[in-house]
Design a protein around this ligand. Structure first.
Ligand SMILES: NC(=O)C1=CN([C@@H]2O[C@H](COP(=O)(O)OP(=O)(O)OC[C@H]3O[C@@H](n4cnc5c(N)ncnc54)[C@H](OP(=O)(O)O)[C@@H]3O)[C@@H](O)[C@H]2O)[C@@H](O)CC1
Ligand SMILES: Nc1ncnc2c1ncn2[C@@H]1O[C@H](COP(=O)(O)OP(=O)(O)O)[C@@H](O)[C@H]1O
Ligand SMILES: [K+]
Length: 504
């Protein structure tokens, strides 16, 4: 499933209309019908449904929905914020069809009191005020209606995007509808994954409206949401005659005297995610702790680290920030240029002044910063990163030729060629020390087993989140999931994913 900016969506619509020949009214009819079908199962006879319509094509969708609601058992009332005489194009086409079907239109400006009463009675509000075409802050008459919708006790369902939200994820301070549910048309817009805007969407359902895939290719969209089907399609399948050497010989350089846990989490997660052989390099003082709990690992002393015979390396979790550690990070990034290298946590701290090393590698490195680490790498504030994640990630990955795993609620994986994949799994149970270390281990193991690095990174992030979802869905709350729980719950989730592979 693609993720688009406002301009990309406009280009996709225009290509479909001009070159594929599906007219605007057809797409609008498809959109309205898809929304109606999504609403129908919850509609109750006699329920008060208020459709609030703006001047553009989002309002046009509203007219289709209102027309279909006329023939249902609900009591529909349709309110227009714009002057009907100013409605043009596809929206005017569907306004006429609505009126010709026996529908009535009220104008908010003509009956403010009636509108207020209507919103008081409403059980469901359909928000078709503004869609992807909005520019700047909603005009005063729209802002007033948005604030009334937000004060109402009714369930609010936004069509395509909550009205007022800039679709490309730009930061904004103006009012926007706060929806309980958003029925997104055709494909998610960037704003859905950007924190401030994302909070307005409520539950999101994406409804196809019949746009062919060719239109996306023509519009050059290279951003997607990772789905379970993508993961099932790309997980590595073991050759029955394989041996441990076939599944990667990895080295994890992690841990410090005061942070033994980080090394343990990464190592155990890598083993649980299928790595063939794992060597761990930790300070001698904590070696007994790891060895006692993870007899499957071998050890390399910090003083004699060599990459001889290895196929991949991960460096950083709990490594510490001393000068000598920084020298080690530099050396490893330089010497591991022919194999995948995951750099996380303190590894990223030390990398900050040596980013140019990344460009000299033959095999791109994989960096997995959270927003704070990304901000430090870029010399920016966390707020700046959060307000423009997609652009900043793309710029960075292309410039330094890396796979960038920018972690967060919607972890974003960006390839060196600028392709981007948004992760759809995971929850706030992962907002706890140790979660990132687990991901580092999964990343290392997956990079050594997948053919494509992008698939490895995306599948690792998906699995990590899916495990947290599984725990919270069955046995845990958002509060009590530990890093060790995530590692121990990898097997059932992988078991189910591999169960689905049989049919691929
Ligand atoms: N054929 C298609 O393309 C399909 C499109 N579809 C649907 O269309 C939506 C996009 O439609 P759109 O581009 O007409 O924009 P839309 O979001 O309705 O608003 C723009 C209108 O509002 C106005 N306006 C702008 N800023 C404003 C503000 N701050 N405050 C107040 N008003 C403001 C602006 O007028 P202006 O002020 O520029 O004169 C313009 O009239 C999309 O989200 C989807 O729902 C689907 O049906 C599938 C087929
Ligand atoms: N609210 C959230 N929703 C979904 N995933 C989250 C959330 N908070 C954190 N995560 C995930 O948990 C992990 C945390 O990583 P990180 O911050 O590096 O943790 P640590 O360094 O403490 O191990 C990341 O994979 C991140 O995407
Ligand atoms: K809307």
């Amino acid at each position: 499933m693609h993720v688009v900016s406002r301009e990309e969506m406009r280009n996709i619509d225009q290509y479909t209309i001009a070159h594929i020949g599906l007219g605007g009214p057809v797409l609008m009819e498809n959109a309205g019908r898809a929304v109606y079908a999504a609403l129908e199962p919850d509609l109750k006879a006699g329920e008060q449904v208020t459709v609030v319509i703006g001047k553009g094509n989002n309002g046009g969708d509203g007219f289709v929905i209102a027309r279909l609601l006329l023939d249902s058992e609900v009591c529909v009332s349709t309110w227009l914020v714009a002057d009907p005489g100013k409605i043009t194009g596809d929206a005017a086409y569907h306004m006429k069809a609505y009126l010709a079907s026996g529908g009535k239109i009220m104008q908010v400006k003509d009956d403010q009191e009636g509108f207020r009463r209507q919103l008081e009675q409403a059980e469901l509000i359909v928000d078709a005020l503004l869609g992807t075409g909005v520019h700047g802050a909603p005009y005063p008459e729209y802002s007033a209606v948005i604030s009334q919708i937000n004060q109402s006790k009714a369930q609010v369902v936004s069509i395509d995007i909550p009205s007022g939200i800039p679709a490309s994820g730009e930061s904004f301070t103006h009012p926007a509808v706060i929806a309980d549910r958003t029925l997104t048309l055709e494909c998610p817009k960037l704003a859905q994954f950007v924190e401030h805007a994302a909070r307005c969407f409520g539950t999101v359902h994406v409804l196809p409206i019949g746009i062919p895939r060719l239109a996306y290719r023509k519009a050059g969209v290279r951003r997607e949401v990772r789905t379970r089907a993508d993961v099932v399609r790309t997980l590595p399948v073991r050759d029955p005659f394989s041996h441990k050497g076939s599944h990667g010989k990895g080295l994890l350089i992690a841990g410090a005297a005061e942070m033994p846990g980080a090394a343990f989490f990464s190592a155990k997660a890598a083993l649980r995610s299928g790595i063939g052989l794992l060597k761990v390099s930790v300070p001698d003082s904590i070696k007994p702790i790891i060895a006692g709990r993870l007899p499957e690992t071998m050890f390399l002393s910090r003083d004699t680290i060599s990459l001889e015979g290895l196929t991949g390396v991960a460096i950083g979790p709990g490594l510490g920030r001393e000068h000598h550690v920084g020298l080690l990070v530099r050396r490893i990034v330089e010497e591991s240029g022919a194999m995948p290298c995951v750099i996380d946590a303190d590894g990223l701290f030390h990398l900050k002044n040596h980013l140019d090393l990344l460009r000299r590698r033959n095999v791109p490195a994989v960096l997995s910063p959270h927003s704070g680490e990304m901000a430090a790498l870029m010399g920016m504030s966390v707020k700046d990163i959060e307000s423009d994640r997609f652009t900043i990630a793309k710029m960075f990955a292309e410039k330094y030729h890396v796979y960038l795993v920018l972690k967060g609620k919607y972890t974003l994986v960006t390839a060196p060629d600028g392709r981007q994949v948004v992760n759809s799994t995971g929850n706030a149970a992962l907002a706890k020390g140790g979660s990132g270390d687990v991901l580092t281990g999964i990343l290392l193991a997956f990079l050594l087993q997948h053919k494509q690095m992008m698939d490895a990174a995306c599948n690792a992030v998906y699995l990590h989140g899916a495990v947290a979802d599984d725990l919270v869905g069955h046995t845990h709350s958002l509060l009590d999931v530990l890093a060790t729980d995530v590692i121990d719950a990898i097997p059932p989730v992988l078991h189910r994913l591999y169960g689905d592979i049989g049919s691929r």
